[in-house]
Design a binder for this molecule. Structure first.
Ligand SMILES: [Zn+2]
Length: 253
C-alpha cells in the first residue's frame, strides 16, 4: 500500500548534474529505465489483512535524524516502475550504494567494490569495512614501491603528493573509518558512529567508494590518457620535447 507523500512539480527538478538516486530527491537516473526522470515519492504503509488504518512499516530514530517511516517508494515518471527505500538506501531494484565502479578499476578490486556497495544496503558495518578494504587493496596495487610491512597509514602518506588535495583528505577519512568499524568499541569515534548511523552511514560509505573511483581516475585513467596522447605524436615532436625537458632540467640544477 502506498499513500501520496509529496508531489514533485516539474519546476522543482534539480538542475545539478548529479543524477545518482538518493532518498527524497525530486529527480534521478531511474534504476529500471536509466532515464533521468522525475520521481514521485510515497510513504510505505502497512495495513492488517483485517482492514483498518495503516501505519508506518517501520519507524526509526537515528543519531542523524528521525524517520517517522523508514520505508518509502519512488516512482519513475517515465517507466512508472517503483524503487523501494529503507532510510537512505535503495533496497529494490538495485540494493547498492554509491556509483558504479570506475571502468578502469582492476578486476579483483572491482569485485570487492561491488560487494561493499551491495552489502551496505543490508549492513552498514559490513559495507563500511568492505569499502575500506576496497580502498586499501587498490592503494596496495597503485604503490608497488611500498614495503609489504607498511600499514595503511604509511601507504596513504606515500600517495599524498600523487593525488589531488581533496582526495588526500578523504583518504584520511578512510584511515579513521574502517579499522575501528569492525571492532565494536564501547566508545567508537565520531566517524564510526556516522558510518553506522541509518541516516549518515550511506553518505560515509558512498564517500569511501567514491575515493576508490577517484583513485582509479587520478592514478590509472588520466596517466593512461596522457600516454596515449603522447604516443600519437610524431618521433620528431617527441625528440623535440625530450630535448626541451633535458635543457630545462640542466637549467634547474
Ligand atoms: Zn524509469
Amino acid at each position: 500500500m502506498t499513500e501520496p507523500d509529496e508531489h514533485i512539480e516539474p519546476d522543482e527538478q534539480s538542475a545539478d548534474s548529479d543524477h545518482h538516486p538518493a532518498r527524497d530527491k525530486p529527480a534521478f537516473a531511474c534504476p529500471h529505465c536509466g532515464v533521468v526522470a522525475q520521481q514521485k515519492w510515497a510513504e510505505l504503509v502497512g495495513r492488517s489483512a483485517m482492514g483498518g488504518p495503516g501505519g508506518p512499516v517501520e519507524s526509526g530514530t537515528t543519531a542523524g535524524g528521525h524517520f517517522l517511516n523508514l520505508w518509502k517508494s519512488s516512482h519513475c515518471a517515465v517507466c512508472q516502475r517503483p524503487a523501494l527505500w529503507r532510510a537512505e538506501v535503495m533496497v529494490y531494484p538495485s540494493a547498492s550504494l554509491g556509483d558504479r565502479p570506475h571502468p578502469d578499476m582492476p578486476p579483483e578490486v572491482r569485485e570487492l567494490y561491488v560487494e561493499a556497495a551491495s552489502v551496505a544496503a543490508v549492513s552498514l558495518r559490513a559495507g563500511a569495512a568492505l569499502a575500506r578494504a576496497t580502498v586499501e587493496k587498490l592503494i596496495k596495487q597503485l604503490d608497488s614501491g611500498a614495503s609489504s610491512k607498511d600499514g595503511l597509514d604509511i601507504r596513504i602518506a606515500r600517495l599524498h603528493d600523487r593525488v589531488s588535495p581533496d582526495l588526500a583528505q578523504i583518504l584520511n577519512v578512510v584511515r579513521f573509518t574502517g579499522n575501528k568499524v569492525l571492532h565494536g568499541e564501547d566508545q567508537p569515534s565520531e566517524l564510526v558512529v556516522m558510518a553506522l548511523d541509518d541516516h549518515t552511514g550511506p553518505a560515509v560509505i558512498g564517500a569511501l567508494l567514491a575515493a576508490a573511483n577517484d583513485l582509479v581516475d587520478e592514478l590509472i585513467s588520466r596517466p593512461k590518457e596522457r600516454k596515449a596522447l603522447f604516443d600519437k605524436l610524431s618521433d620528431g615532436v617527441k625528440q623535440d620535447i625530450a630535448q626541451k625537458q633535458a635543457r630545462a632540467q640542466e637549467e634547474q640544477s
